[in-house]
Design a protein around this ligand. Structure first.
Ligand code: SF4
Length: 349
């Protein structure tokens, strides 16, 4: 493709253009991704999020990668919605460890009004600590999205997981269009969008291209784009799939960076299994966000000490917290008085 087009914010990508990015020689692709990264992003700076499962397991959906689906025997212990003080205490610890964003994941297909009200209160209290907030609770109605926004929620995570064409090979209890509808409701409510997918589920390179094409051709690019590597969970249908080639994983990060230059591209699930060298290549390709802490929703994550050592070896620094949104000052006052980043990665509730 015309390489002068790289580095522009566009919403009219075509599949042949995306395929030509995937087909570039690896080092050329990395060069362009790093060049564009430096045009839009602070080099050597990584945004750090911590993820807490606030309601675990018993999810009625059938996402073929997920330990929390009620349909698979994964040995996961179910938990009801956590108490608010447990959530705030976790957020406080995450902040002390250096995280600037706190993501709360609940394994719902779509939350009930009472559940949204309880989570809205958690959001108010976590926001009052000075952290950015993110939630992943499944499908939302437009009114629920507004309720969460009014509580001070900054981001909503809702992954599309894969291409529209491959979607029903992974999930049959909802449609790709359902995902797009919630994303639209979230955007309409004025929330920032965290939306990405999972690699290593048996999808082709064309599926990866179509997944990124869907995201990059949304009217507004997601502010966060998590790219997950499948964490294989015994008992789930995707257990035993051939893993993704590490260079193909890096390629996908680089193509995401080129297509959505202003977004934070997040290295998400699967990072525990990656070598430090592979993670460094991902950062070179344009990843500039990651989950930090020893657990994602129910899967492992590199421990904090290993991450801190890696940051020191690579000269990376953590992105500073964003200033609180003045629109939510009032909810902070109240609190002073008083799922699913895709599970495989991530959470995809
Ligand atoms: S990824 Fe989310 S929606 Fe899918 S089964 Fe797991 S918890 Fe449920």
């Amino acid at each position: 493709m015309d390489q002068t087009l790289l580095g522009t914010l566009r919403h009219d990508w075509t599949l042949p253009q995306v395929q030509s990015l995937f087909a570039m020689p690896f080092l050329d692709l990395l060069f362009h991704a790093q060049r564009v990264h430096r045009q839009y992003q602070e080099p050597s700076t990584v945004q750090m999020s911590t993820l807490l499962s606030i309601k675990t397991g018993a999810c009625p959906e059938d996402c073929a990668y997920c330990s929390q689906s009620v349909r698979y025997d994964t040995g996961l212990e179910r938990e009801t919605l956590l108490e608010i003080n447990q959530v705030v205490e976790s957020a406080r610890r995450a902040k002390e460890a250096g995280a600037t964003r706190f993501c709360m994941g609940a394994a719902y297909r779509s939350p009930k009004p009472k559940q949204v009200a309880a989570i809205a209160q958690m959001i108010r209290e976590v926001r009052a600590l000075g952290m950015e907030t993110c939630a992943t609770l499944g499908m939302l109605t437009p009114a629920q999205a507004v309720e969460l926004k009014n509580a001070g929620l900054d981001y909503y995570n809702h992954n599309i997981d894969t291409s529209p064409e491959y979607y029903d090979k992974v999930i049959t209890t909802r449609t790709f269009q359902d995902r797009l509808d919630t994303l639209e409701a979230v955007r309409e409510a004025g929330l920032k969008v965290c939306c990405g997918g999972i690699l290593g589920m048996g999808e082709t390179t064309t599926d990866r291209a179509n997944m990124l094409l869907t995201l990059a051709n949304l009217p507004v690019h997601p502010e966060s784009v998590p790219i997950n590597q499948l964490v294989q969970i015994p008992g789930t249908p995707l257990h035993g799939k051939a893993g993704v080639d590490p260079f193909d994983f890096v390629r996908t990060i680089a193509v995401a960076r080129l297509m959505m230059p202003a977004a934070h591209v997040r290295l998400s699930a699967g990072r525990e299994a990656m070598s430090d060298e592979l993670q460094a290549l991902c950062f070179m390709a344009g990843a500039n966000s990651m989950f930090y802490g020893e657990k994602l929703l129910t899967t492992g994550n590199p421990d904090v000490a290993r991450d801190q050592k890696l940051f020191a070896r690579l000269g990376l620094k953590a992105e500073a917290a964003k200033a609180p949104d003045p629109a939510h000052e009032c909810s902070h006052e109240h609190t002073h008085q008083g799922n699913h980043v895709s599970e495989a990665r991530s959470v995809s509730a």
